[in-house]
Design a protein around this ligand. Structure first.
Ligand code: R2B
Ligand code: URA
Length: 310
């Protein structure tokens, strides 16, 4: 690990616990994590979450429930007898959250605002629970650029639809920018775990974060389209030239907010289709489900290795 890499993720207390860049929180009587249906006074967050080491996020509640069951099997975690896996945030009716020993599996919904709100609350959860050196993963889906459907992409950089590599948020009438940086060491470690025997490729590259699925990703099949197929192909080819390997909808806030909090994080997505060849997602359900298990396998392998090293 280089000096530069270390410096980037040192916004933590020496014991590895998460430090908040917000002086107001510790002055409050209680902090309600509204969209998680949790609170710092209503729940013993240290008792409930203090042992969390890995936070895995993905778009849909079902995928994250499946991941929770899968990781439970992989790390050999046993639930207390007579209990079953429960959605801790079910009464938020917003996100789903499952806990399997040191692993949290949480759905983030679609797009920048949805994952942004969740990240505020999960980063505060790490702080309240005094979690040490938690690592965040997004296991998701994407459209590939010049990559066959089923290819796994580990993001080593993030850009938005204008090729800017920062998260820009209007605050108090001003635009505030935060660099969208990912942990390069984590990228290397994940890449090294990919199996050459896999019947699909695992690549690293820049991921573009769109704020829309259709026109925001140059699709021709939305309800509206006022550009030509040539315009679309020129745009995608230009992205490709800039090293963009895939397009999804959350990487910018995910990279920027974890980095701002000093939390190591990685994004691993499976490409559902090659955007140079089409726009519609039309693989059969079984194929799609198998595709979606690929990022989960890689992240589970990483978690397993980390736990065995202890
Ligand atoms: C990938 O898939 C979703 C859109 O279908 C979005 O959440 C994303 O990033
Ligand atoms: N998710 C996206 O955001 N885009 C795609 O093309 C596929 C999945």
């Amino acid at each position: 690990i280089s000096e530069e890499e270390r410096d980037e993720f040192d916004y933590r207390y020496p014991d590895g616990t998460v430090r908040l860049r917000n002086p107001h929180i510790e002055l409050m009587d209680q902090d309600i994590l509204y969209h998680l249906a949790l609170g710092s006074e209503s729940h013993d967050l240290v008792e409930m979450f203090g042992d969390v080491k890995f936070v895995c996020m993905g778009g849909t509640p079902k995928r994250m429930e499946n991941f929770a069951h899968y990781i439970m099997k992989e790390i050999g975690h046993k639930l207390p007898t007579g209990t079953s896996l429960m959605d801790i945030s079910q009464y938020s009716y917003r996100y789903s959250m499952y806990k399997v020993g040191p692993v949290l599996s949480i759905s983030h919904g679609m797009g920048v605002p949805s994952i942004g709100i969740l990240l505020h609350e999960v980063i505060k959860l790490m702080y309240h629970a005094k979690c040490k050196d938690p690592i965040f993963f997004r296991i998701g889906t994407c459209g590939g650029i010049g990559l066959e459907g089923g290819t796994v992409v580990i993001s080593d950089d993030a850009v938005d639809g204008m090729l800017n590599n920062y998260y820009e948020v209007p605050m108090l009438g001003k635009l505030v920018r935060r660099p969208a940086k990912l942990d390069k060491r984590l990228v290397r470690e994940l890449k090294a775990l990919s199996d050459v025997e896999d019947p699909y490729d695992t690549v690293t590259g820049t991921t573009m974060c769109a704020i829309d699925f259709y026109e925001g990703q140059g699709r021709l099949d939305g309800a509206f389209c006022e550009y030509s197929e040539t315009d679309k192909m020129d745009y995608l080819e230009n992205l490709n030239k800039h090293g963009v390997k895939n397009i999804e909808m959350e990487v910018i806030p995910f990279a920027a907010l974890t980095h701002h909090a000093g939390i190591r994080a990685a994004v691993v997505c499976v490409s559902l289709l090659d955007r140079l060849k089409g726009d519609q997602v039309c693989s059969p359900k079984e194929v799609m489900n198998e595709y979606q298990s690929r990022p989960q396998k890689l992240v589970a392998k990483y978690i397993k290795r980390q736990l065995q090293m202890k």
